[in-house]
Design a protein around this ligand. Structure first.
Ligand SMILES: [Zn+2]
Length: 325
């Protein structure tokens, strides 16, 4: 894939390096594939097949950037995934994590809310009855405000309207919350602000769309962008699950509230490498989302009352390290 915005020598260097990396990854993928296939068959037979949650942002052929995947590439990826996996809703993914899973499963999600997704990607998924969850930031979709990460690159890319979201919801797309302002919640200390971004914005989105908003996704979603108080607030407010975006698999028996998502890389070989369970990726550390007792003593939840929230004693014994992305 050519990196958008690069020209001349830089573009040549980038493309050459990218092709070289893809070639090496392809070699690794095909030589390790027999081992992965054996491992995955064993897992499936034992009811421990992986459950994976993918995230896309924008599917379009114009104004490409690092968070855009081309239409043909997306169609190819969906075709390949349909052949090799069960494509399931987040609710079904959670059920399999709780109850066991006999066939590798993928749940597709989108972040932010780009209008271009209504042209090809979402109609394709809807027509093929592939479930998907669509996370949107309330201020952007209700006021038509472009995202700062696009503006910073000199791009003005249209976001979805509330009317489009209503149509998607009525076609079976699960609409999810992605804060009010696309804030970095890892940097937010103020509980009132957190509450507004997570709970109030979610309720307003639900009212605007006219369908239940049951899932929440952290903007950016890397370790440094997560926040245990935010997880506690989302749990207390009644969200079914919260999504991060730093990678990671789920196997039956794992926590089904914090769903770790995998980036849907436009390079098919990278995507295949993740989804067939590259053993190196099994080492991705899981973010400990439960409050420690110490943290819970100063947590103000949905009501604003100072009280103890549900906590994990193990986290108190050895507080989990929060890794920078
Ligand atoms: Zn986002």
């Amino acid at each position: 894939m050519t990196r958008p915005g690069l020209t001349g020598g830089m573009a040549y260097y980038f493309n050459t390096m990218n092709l070289l990396k893809q070639g090496l990854l392809g070699l690794y993928y095909y030589t390790s594939y027999p081992y992965r296939r054996r491992q995955n068959r064993r897992r499936a037979a034992a009811g421990r097949a992986p459950v994976m949650v993918l995230f896309y942002h924008r599917i379009a052929d114009e104004q490409a950037n690092d968070w855009t995947c081309g239409c043909d590439v997306f169609a190819r990826q969906v075709r390949w995934m349909k052949r090799h996996f069960d494509l399931v809703s987040l609710a079904e993914a959670q059920r399999r994590i709780r109850d066991g899973n006999h066939r590798p499963a993928i749940s597709i999600t989108f972040d932010d809310g780009y209008a271009d997704n209504c042209r090809m990607a979402l109609p394709l998924l809807i027509s093929q009855q592939v479930p998907c969850t669509y996370f949107v930031s309330l201020r952007h979709v209700s006021e038509g405000v472009p995202f700062e990460h696009d503006v910073a690159r000199g791009q003005t890319i249209a976001v979805n309207t509330i009317e489009q979201l209503r149509t998607l919801a009525s076609a079976g797309v699960e609409i999810g919350a992605h804060t009010r302002t696309h804030a970095n919640l890892g940097a937010l200390d103020d509980d009132a602000q957190l509450y507004d971004e997570i709970v109030t914005a979610g309720r307003e989105l639900q009212e605007a769309v006219g369908a239940p908003v049951r899932y929440f996704a952290f903007p950016y979603g890397q370790y440094a962008n997560l926040n245990r108080r935010a997880f506690a607030m989302a749990r207390e407010a009644g969200y079914e699950a919260v999504c991060s975006a730093y990678g990671g698999f789920h196997f039956p028996g794992d926590d089904d509230f914090h769903l770790q998502r995998i980036h849907a890389d436009p390079d098919l070989i990278r995507l295949k490498n993740w989804l067939t369970v590259d053993p190196r990726k099994l080492r991705v550390p899981r973010y400990e989302c439960r409050l420690s007792l110490r943290e819970s003593t100063c947590f103000r939840g949905a009501t604003g009352d100072l009280r103890e929230a549900e906590s994990d004693p193990a986290a108190d014994a050895a507080p989990a390290e929060v890794h920078a992305c």
